[in-house]
Design a protein around this ligand. Structure first.
Ligand SMILES: [Zn+2]
Ligand SMILES: [Zn+2]
Length: 141
């Protein structure tokens, strides 16, 4: 089995653990991530749901679209996870995975991004200096 990394929100009310390795990790430039985080892009890691667990607190949840549940600390607001709702079709790719905000890890350096997604919504003044694959829409779209 892989190593386990831990993370949590700014105030400490919500903590979680993730068993490595990740399936992938990447920057999302979509408008919903930008608004949800109040940031120009969000770095997410993706693991099977069975590799993720909250270990302290009970995060708040917001259904940001028909395809998305976002969990965050209800006290301090830190965005923590993204997953598909249970009512998605059972053949939905990634239905059994969960995305976790890389920057909320205790050791974000442990999980470097390997791609960009939704660059069609990238804010013109924001970019990163890398040669990672760039997808105009969803990963790996
Ligand atoms: Zn918090
Ligand atoms: Zn996004």
């Amino acid at each position: 089995m892989g190593d386990t990394v831990t993370g949590g929100c700014l105030c400490g009310a919500v903590r979680y653990q993730v068993r490595l390795p990740v399936l992938n990790a990447g920057y999302c430039h979509c408008r919903m991530c930008q608004r949800a985080a109040g940031a120009p892009a969000v770095a997410w890691l993706t693991v099977p749901r069975t590799a993720f667990a909250f270990t302290r607190g009970d995060p708040a949840v917001f259904r940001s679209s028909p395809r998305g549940l976002r969990r965050f600390c209800g006290v301090c607001g830190t965005p923590l996870t993204f997953e598909f709702p249970e009512d998605m079709p059972p053949d939905t790719p990634g239905l059994h995975d969960i995305d976790v905000t890389v920057a909320s890890l205790d050791t974000p350096e442990a999980v470097p991004p390997d791609h960009h997604s939704w660059t069609s919504s990238r804010i013109a003044w924001f970019d990163t200096v890398d040669r990672l694959p760039r997808h105009t829409h969803d990963y790996p779209g």
